[in-house]
Ligand binder design. Structure first.
Ligand SMILES: Cc1ncc(COP(=O)(O)O)c(C=O)c1O
Length: 381
């Protein structure tokens, strides 16, 4: 067993070796520019991109014409929110989002505020869950967009996306979801879920870093986007820039594998997650952050009461995990997600996100339980 044990799959995942094999020829052997229309090098690259587009679309139950490749979920979120705000400025300036979103949504909203957007930031309950009534209550005549994540990156809590989508459709409001943590982990059907825009990222599902996509519902005639990257009119003018062919191939392959193995992986990972969680909950003053009924199968966010958060993280040197705090250049702040759920600062500091993946073993989980127990016992002394 290799130490430290990697339990930070929500931060990033290793590239699946099958994905890597598919990627490799597109670096040096077939290195063509997918936009080169006059020779075989370009045609081959273009074909590889077209295949990947179909693979991504298939996983989401979308049409391949509805997929725009980006450099990742951050860019997809930027394109979705800024693109809609700019395109629908004549209709309204009000956007609804949730306080537990990733910074790649919250910071974009902050940016749009300076450009005249009105943002309603909804706070979830103490389980990290949002209700349909809250969203309904925030809708105004000027509301153009609702952005609610599919599943939270820190707690794994899954939002009632289908109901939110239906509500938005009823009010003719564009619905965007940041599904970065959900894609490839749980089934997603953009049509049944009434999703207009969906962001995803390859490196969260065993693909390469620096590539992602935005799904754009072409059936919704009210949906318009202004490109945020101008240039050679790649991706139907919505995202200019030479395509990252190896990365895009990695995303497509990762989607195919995810589709084939999602169910069995989810089952076995959830079993290990539950072993971990039950083991850790034996420690006095521990509790789970977030709703455990509507949760991704591979995430467990645990609050360890009665210990110093900073000391806890430093002492857990045998495991690679993420803490309930975020380091900015100047200071360590408690996680905005846990704070928005009403978790006290002290407890947020001593909360740990365990995110498992398809390479996590039972041996690693048993080791982790013992390691954490020992460390906490020492700290509590
Ligand atoms: C929910 C969520 N959105 C967006 C991102 C950003 O994704 P990327 O690294 O592809 O820009 C992440 C990654 O941490 C995430 O978890």
């Amino acid at each position: 067993m290799k130490l430290p044990i990697y339990l930070d799959y929500n931060a990033t995942t290793p590239v699946d070796t099958r994905v890597l094999q598919e990627m490799l020829p597109w670096f040096s052997e077939n290195f063509g520019n997918a936009a080169s229309r006059s020779h075989l090098y370009g045609w081959k690259a273009e074909e590889a991109v077209a295949t990947a587009r179909q693979q991504v679309a298939h996983l989401l139950h979308a049409n391949d014409k509805e997929i725009v490749f980006t450099s990742g979920a951050t860019e997809a979120n930027n394109l979705a929110l800024k693109g809609v705000f700019e395109a629908l400025a004549h209709k309204g300036n009000h956007i609804i989002t949730i306080a537990t979103e990733h910074k790649a949504i919250l910071d974009v909203c902050e940016h749009l505020k300076h450009l005249g957007a009105e943002i309603s930031l909804l706070y979830p309950d103490n389980q990290g869950q949002i209700s349909l009534e809250q969203i309904q209550g925030a809708i105004r005549p000027s509301t153009i967009l609702v952005s609610a994540m599919y599943a939270n990156n820190e707690t794994g809590v899954i939002f009632p996306i289908r109901a939110i989508g239906a509500l938005c459709q009823q009010h003719q409001i564009i619905f965007h979801t940041d599904a970065t943590q959900a894609v490839g982990k749980i089934p997603i059907d953009v049509q049944n879920d009434h999703i207009d825009l969906l962001s995803l990222s390859a490196h969260k599902l065993y693909g390469a870093k620096g590539v992602g996509a935005l799904y754009i519902n072409r059936k919704n005639k009210n949906l318009h986007l202004v490109a945020q990257m101008d240039g050679g009119k790649h991706e139907r003018g919505l995202r200019s820039g030479t395509l990252n062919v190896p990365g895009i191939v990695s995303l497509g392959t990762a989607c195919v594998i995810a589709q084939q193995e999602m169910q069995s992986n989810a089952q076995s990972i959830a079993l290990l997650r539950d072993v971990l969680e039950n083991g850790l909950l034996q420690i006095p003053q521990t509790s789970v952050n977030g709703n455990t009924q509507c949760r991704l199968p591979h995430v467990s966010n645990i609050a360890f009461g009665g210990v110093d958060g900073e000391l806890l993280l430093i002492s857990l040197h045998d495991i690679a995990v993420s803490s309930g705090s975020a380091c900015t250049s100047a200071s360590v702040l408690p996680s905005h997600v846990l704070k928005a759920m009403g978790v006290a600062d002290q407890l947020a500091y001593s909360s740990i996100r365990f995110s498992l993946g398809k390479y996590t073993t039972e041996e690693e989980i048993l080791y982790t339980i013992n390691h954490v127990k020992e460390v906490i016992a020492k700290l509590q002394q």
